[in-house]
Write a protein that binds this ligand. Structure first.
Ligand code: AMP
Length: 420
């Protein structure tokens, strides 16, 4: 009879990481750890929630994330807390809080954590999602930016993520950006009649949008528009040239995209984004850039830094086949009769303590059912617990079965494993 109680579903926009998914994630984590670890990045994990103030300051009050996507709550004591929507501000907070500026610089950190944003859910866009991120704090060298980009390119390649494209630009400084914005607004105003009504109405609010317009009139105007890349101050331009040379040397292909903006005020100089055509509408795999203004915004001394974050779910959607390690079962302990359960329990424990993976019959199957189940699990051996300290040990590959003392079961399997 169906139950009268309804089954509770996980909230919209969230998902369960089922065991098969967890195995693929473990491969991703392992690759990230190897690739980032080899370049000196060390793992950091920050709390799932932080003071709301951290994101208001560190992501920016005007951003979509802070304006409408955060899960913010009162902790009951009048303090406003927020489930982290991103990882850079928390890592910088930790850098300051733990005095990491006293360590040899740059401090290189990586994380693999879950993040929370109240966005409209769709394939590749969730309300709880995971990101791998890397941050290098305390270096202004173009080599740091290039290193970070190469590391993400290597990670995507190691995962077999297909059809990737890298867009690259430089944002210069906030001052250059403000001057450039004023120049672009003036240019758009001067060509107002040729722009689409939509773009024309938003010149002051969002002039950069004109670069994305598809109507022929606007496109024609934008061909002659000034670009931010063309307005960089000499040292910013030099920094960017160096980043490009380093990427060329490393064989990392990119497209220059002077319209690439990364929403956040604290970005300076290098910005980049990887996307994959294999992903459909939500094509962004990950991105980042240099954020020389952030640490100061959070109360620290001016400190150059750069980093990136990449979406775990999107990388896994676009990844190739991953070599998921088979789950080995060395021994399945079957019970010749139900009253042998305590003996079987002990045998399974002893086997695990001896380094074997072992499972015990737990649902009262018939002996035939137990053997079938052991086969399904891919068990190498089945020990059928018999009477008076005896057992039958069945080699599932050869189907040979030996009668032996219970105490001989584990040594026999260990000996067999050594021979194998
Ligand atoms: P962002 O922090 O917005 O630059 O995002 C970096 C990467 O995280 C994106 O390119 C996506 O791969 C991933 N990402 C961002 N938001 C979501 C989301 N709501 N669901 C799944 N992945 C996301």
């Amino acid at each position: 009879m169906p139950s009268a109680v309804s089954v509770i579903q996980a909230p919209r926009g969230t998902f369960d990481v089922l065991p098969d998914d967890a195995a693929r994630r473990a491969v991703l984590e392992d690759r990230a750890k190897k690739i980032l670890g080899a370049a000196g990045y060390r793992r950091i994990e920050t709390p799932t929630f932080e003071a709301t103030e951290l994101f208001a300051r560190g992501v920016g009050e005007a951003t979509d994330i802070v304006r409408k996507e955060m899960y913010t709550f009162d902790d009951g004591g009048g303090r406003s807390l927020t489930l982290r929507p991103e990882g850079t501000a928390p890592v910088c907070r930790a850098y300051l809080q733990h005095g990491m500026h006293k360590l040899p610089q740059p401090v290189k950190l990586w994380y693999l954590s879950s993040f929370f944003r109240s966005e409209a859910p769709q394939r590749g866009r969730y309300r709880q999602f995971w990101q791998v991120g890397a941050e290098a704090i305390g270096s202004d060298a173009p080599e740091t930016d290039a290193e970070l980009i190469v590391l993400l390119a290597d990670l995507l390649q190691a995962l077999g993520v297909g059809e990737t494209r890298l867009r690259l630009s430089s944002l210069g400084t906030p001052e250059t950006r403000a001057e450039y914005r004023a120049e672009l607004v003036a240019y758009l105003r001067a060509h107002r009649e040729q722009l689409s009504p939509d773009v024309g109405a938003r010149i002051q609010l969002n002039p950069m949008r004109a670069f994305d317009a598809s109507d022929p009139g606007t496109r024609a105007v934008m061909k002659g528009a000034p670009t931010l890349l063309g307005r960089l101050a000499p040292d910013d331009a030099q920094h960017f040239t160096r980043v490009r040379e380093l990427l060329d040397d490393a064989g990392v292909r990119y497209e220059l995209d002077p319209t690439l903006v990364r929403g956040l005020d604290y970005y300076t100089r290098t910005v980049f984004e990887f996307a994959s055509d294999a992903l459909g509408a939500q094509s962004g795999l990950g991105g980042g850039g240099r954020y020389n203004g952030l640490i100061e915004l959070l109360g620290g001394a001016p400190t150059p830094a750069s980093g990136w974050a990449a979406g775990v779910e999107r990388m896994l959607i676009a990844a190739g086949e991953l070599p998921v390690a088979p789950e080995l079962v060395d021994l399945f302990v079957a019970l010749g009769a139900p009253d042998r359960a305590p003996t079987g329990f002990e045998l399974a424990n002893d086997a695990r303590r001896a380094g074997l993976s072992a499972q015990l019959e737990l649902t009262g199957r018939s002996l035939k059912g137990q053997l079938k189940h052991a086969d399904r699990l891919g068990a190498r051996y089945v020990a059928i617990v018999g009477e008076e300290g005896r057992a039958s040990l069945r080699n599932m590959a050869t189907r040979e079965q030996d009668e032996l003392q219970l105490a001989a079961v584990i040594p026999t399997i260990l000996r067999g494993s050594r021979l194998a």
